[in-house]
Design a protein around this ligand. Structure first.
Ligand SMILES: [Zn+2]
Length: 265
């Protein structure tokens, strides 16, 4: 299949018009005219993911995070982004990123996180909700109140995370939960407005933690990677299914090489 046909599929899954204005989703490396016969799905382009793509002989890597955010002032192939780009270009591997548009998409990253939290009905913390998009973040209620520590132990099991960081009291009963995949601290004002019993996200900084403490809203930092890694498998499945529907069969692998860059030691 041509890459542009795969892009059509990806843009149906994560419509690009829902990306945040500061985002850089879309085709990062390659040509829409390139032939694709094998795909790898990952969160990021890392050296490990590039090596895995080369080893698996894929023509396309679909990532969540864009490879480019800032303009390159040089393309030196022994350092930084150049070190990643060099093998990609040499091996003819294209890269496509579905970032904030996949965060907000129905069945997207945040939707998956909501399901992992067992929140069935929720509304966006920010932005519109249509049949294609659910908006940024979410706030909803568990069917019944639960102990915060029980929510944490279930999350650790389902997301396979060894530890989380809590801001606020451990002993608390929770029913209304706000959540945002990735770095959700930017939704601070929206979270305060929603007055949840608990806010769950990744990437909380020290001063974010202080702000939540001051507002009396317990906040749980489950890690950026853990809050988003669960999207890879269902995304690969949807891409595979859509390709099959078009009468083609292309292997769609889920990255096994990538790891949370943070490790507890
Ligand atoms: Zn992210």
């Amino acid at each position: 299949m041509k890459l542009k046909q795969i892009i059509d599929i990806l843009e149906e899954i994560a419509p690009p018009q829902y990306a945040a204005p500061w985002d850089n989703s879309g085709l990062q490396v390659g040509s829409p005219e390139a032939e694709v016969s094998s795909i790898l799905v990952a969160l990021d382009i890392t050296e490990g993911v590039v090596r895995e793509g080369v080893r698996k002989k894929v023509d396309l890597i679909v990532t969540h995070h864009p490879l480019f955010f800032h303009p390159l002032s040089r393309l030196q192939t022994d350092t930084g982004t150049g070190r990643l780009l060099s093998p990609l270009l040499a091996e003819g591997i294209s890269v496509y990123a579905a970032h904030t548009n996949l965060d907000v998409a129905t069945d997207g990253v945040n939707d998956r996180l909501g399901r992992a939290l067992k929140i069935t009905h929720w509304t966006a913390l920010q932005g519109e909700t249509t049949s294609d998009t659910k908006g940024f973040g979410g706030v909803g209620k568990l069917e019944a109140p639960r102990r915060l520590l029980k929510i944490v132990s279930d999350l650790k099991k389902s997301l396979k995370i060894p530890a989380v960081r809590l801001v606020g009291p451990k002993e608390k009963t929770v029913q209304k939960i706000a959540f945002c995949c990735g770095s959700g601290a930017s939704l601070f004002a929206d979270v305060c407005r929603a007055t949840p019993d608990l806010f769950i996200t990744g990437d909380l900084k020290y001063h974010d933690a202080m702000n939540f403490l001051l507002e009396g809203i317990p906040a749980l930092d489950i890690g950026h990677f853990a809050s988003e890694a669960g999207i890879r498998k269902p995304l690969a499945e949807r891409i595979r299914h859509a390709i099959n529907k078009k009468g083609s069969r292309i292997p769609v692998h889920v990255s096994r090489a990538e790891r949370d860059p943070f490790q507890l030691i």
